[in-house]
Design a protein around this ligand. Sequence first.
Ligand SMILES: *Cc1c(COP(=O)(O)O)cnc(C)c1O
Length: 355
Amino acid sequence: MINKEELINKLNQYPRISLISLPSPLTEMSNLGLESQNLRLFIKRDDLTGLAFGGNKSRKLEFIMADVLAKKADVAITWASLQSNWCLQTAAAARKLGLKPILVLFKTYELGEQVDGNILLDFILGAEIHIKEAAKGKIVSLDEVAEVIEEVRLKTLKEGYNPYVVPIGGSTPGFSMDLPLGAMAYVQAGLEIFDQLKEQQVIPTWIVHASGSGATQAGLVVAAKAVSPQTKVMGICVSDPKKDFFPEVYQIAQETVAALDLKISIAPEDIILVDNYLGEGYGILTANIAQVIRLVAQQEGIFLDPVYTGKAMWALLDLIKQGYFHSGDRIVFIHTGGTAALFPHRQGFLSFLTS
Ligand SMILES: *Cc1c(COP(=O)(O)O)cnc(C)c1O
């Protein structure tokens, strides 16, 4: 464990650009009937960060965009899936800072060709969009994208720009991003959560969230390990099974410890991943997810998203039902955003929720 002020000082060595409203709200979800099991459930509203429909990526972009500007780039290039929240947030942040956004969007699931959800927002932002085929039901791997990204980068260079290539999700360092800047933002988010709960005299025993490219979890694990050893972090896998995804999260966490020069070490057991709720794969809406999204909307007036938070809440509520947690546990669920992707899934919602 280390001193909180010291951790804040280490984080402050890295510049960031103000893009969002912090702290995001943290409230208790009291309508889900968990009192009978003596559990308390809080929700951290990182969907309400204020940039382009909100989400965890906008936190990361405060650190990443500072690096983009420091490197005097005028174009931000990134990639992800067709309805990517990351790509939308990056495009919005780029526009706000006067940079040109270029997005390479991979068709990792079928949604028809309509300009809807995040793609509609990307289009309104005037992002340069390249759409590519990809394997279905999984987030694209580095091997699949490297060549296309390099092509786009070279073309941009030839046009006289100075492009910055941000790796997917702002997670694993590489391309133009040398440091785990996305994870640093979630070290800071962890501190924010501990502070907000402290005001209510609560120490969380669990933080639960959807884990996709790894930096959110890596940052939270580092924050908990550093200043709140009673808190465990659980990442719900949305795309890849644990055995494939674990090394990424673990590596980002270790790089974060190194970048911040912290005297702590992250053990493999600190990276808790749950992969029994992949359903039919990344971005594929199932009846379970649709029903959980309806439940939380009806009970709490909060909309989760179909790709990440709906799946993670399905997992959390199912684990609660199975008695995974202990009486007295204080659980924080992070709403990491993504709600614009509800709309292109209208067909799935209609078929799963009409009886
Ligand atoms: C990207 C994303 C996540 C996963 O965060 P990572 O840092 O990539 O693991 C979770 N929820 C939403 C809505 C996202 O867009």
